[in-house]
Design a protein around this ligand. Structure first.
Ligand SMILES: Cc1cc2nc3c(=O)[nH]c(=O)nc-3n(C[C@H](O)[C@H](O)[C@H](O)COP(=O)(O)O)c2cc1C
Length: 395
């Protein structure tokens, strides 16, 4: 895809990664691919906002060269040092060593460690500005959203916020703006990005959104996915609800099994919840897309986790997933545990301990059943689901 002018003399020169199917190792499945967005500002001082992942460096250079010779770039704004945004820096600085970099103190320290660089770097702080000629750039530090080095950059003349990972989504598309793409996919990919990367920093985001109110913004240009130019109030409101951990009255059942007894338990509990009129979704974590499961957990108020007992504890896929969920720091959620056992059990207790350590309130005792549930035990499971649904309804 060619470059595209998103504001007068501001060009998208990023890369589309159609093949991106997982991100941050295998912690985040990106089924719709992704993009690395870089923006070129043509002013008296030609300035690049962020770069791309290393393997797209030539793509970036080609796009810049369509607009201006690489050597004319004077500044690169480093909003975030992570490899998907800084990966092209070594080559760009090799080809044009006069370029000055701007970023936070932590960004400078990080780049030196990552690349062993001795590049010309100016540390900027919140409120600092850089005059490019016609346009001005204003910096706002956003530490731990989502790394210590993060900042965002605002251009008042164009009312555009270069938000880096904030407001990002992994969505490879030929279109560049939020009003041009499938809205359901966009919402889901936006929520998955937030749930996978930004969820742990909810309280910081709530506060930073208040600081952003000082800016008059009509376009948000993130470093991943489409650019937001349509209905920004709705976007900011969505971020506010996410950062406040607002949820839906919905139950997510996530379980793992060896011989399907726990599947039978999950299905009976789900039947009761559904018949009580509460939305419920069910996932076998061993065969499900973890990012899709996380997306549902991100939306929902109520969690039910189940596992059969294996060597006195829960099964490994659920254990790994629950440890990951703990790191996402979900707030204001409640839940309970269930699972089948053969003799001493242990999975339900272990799940409950991990739920408590995650801050998920246990609202009813877990249910553990030996081998396959009998008809009487199926009735107990139905009652378990029904009483859980009542708690969701009483919210
Ligand atoms: C490899 C293996 C290890 C097991 N370890 C335990 C155990 O430590 N404690 C226990 O109570 N049951 C143990 N069990 C029995 C299972 O928990 C029991 O068969 C249960 O009904 C399986 O539920 P599922 O059909 O949902 O997998 C083990 C079963 C297997 C196959």
């Amino acid at each position: 895809m060619d470059t595209i002018q998103i504001k007068p003399n501001i060009h998208w020169v990023g890369a589309i990664d159609w093949d991106l199917k997982h991100f941050h190792g295998h912690t985040y499945n990106t089924i719709h691919g992704g993009t690395y967005n870089s923006y070129l500002i043509m002013d008296e001082q030609v300035t690049l906002i962020d770069t791309v992942q290393e393997n797209f460096t030539q793509n970036l250079i080609d796009k810049i060269s369509q607009i201006t010779p690489l050597e004319t770039i004077q500044n690169i704004i480093v909003n975030h040092i992570e490899y998907d945004h800084s990966g092209a820096l070594p080559k760009l600085l090799e080809l044009a060593p006069h370029i000055k970099l701007y970023g936070t103190q932590k960004a400078q320290e990080g780049l030196v460690k990552m690349y062993g660089s001795s590049w010309n770097f100016t540390v900027v702080k919140t409120g600092d500005t850089l005059n490019l000629g016609q346009k001005t750039l204003q910096f706002l530090e956003t530490p731990m959203i989502h790394w210590p080095d993060n900042m965002v950059t605002y251009c008042p003349q164009d009312k555009i916020l270069f938000s880096n990972d904030a407001f990002g989504q992994q969505y490879a598309t030929n279109e560049r703006f939020n009003d041009e793409v499938d809205q359901d996919i966009l919402y889901q990919e936006h929520a998955k990005y937030y749930a996978s990367i930004l969820w742990p920093f909810a309280n910081l985001i709530t506060n930073k959104l208040k600081e952003l109110e000082a800016f008059d913004i009509d376009m948000i240009a993130p470093s991943h996915g489409v650019i937001w130019r349509h209905d920004l109030p709705k976007l900011l409101e969505t971020y506010k609800t996410w950062s406040e951990n607002q949820t839906k009255p919905k139950v997510v059942i996530v379980y793992e099994t060896m011989w399907q007894s726990t599947t039978t338990m999950a299905q009976k509990i789900a039947q009761a919840i559904e018949e009580a009129g509460v939305e419920v979704v069910v996932f076998d974590i061993a065969t499900s897309d973890h990012t899709q499961v996380l997306y549902h957990l991100f939306e929902a108020k109520a969690y039910l986790f189940g596992s059969s007992t294996h060597d006195n504890g829960m099964l490994p896929n659920l254990a790994g997933f629950l440890h990951f969920l703990k790191g996402q720091k979900p707030q204001h959620r409640f839940g309970a545990a269930f699972g089948s056992l053969g003799w001493g059990g242990g999975a339900v207790k272990e799940i409950e301990e991990l739920m408590q350590a995650t801050g998920i309130e246990i609202v009813q005792p877990g249910i553990a059943i030996k081998y396959r549930p009998t008809d009487e035990e199926l009735r107990q499971l139905y009652e378990f689901g029904k009483s859980f649904a009542e708690k969701v309804k009483s919210l």
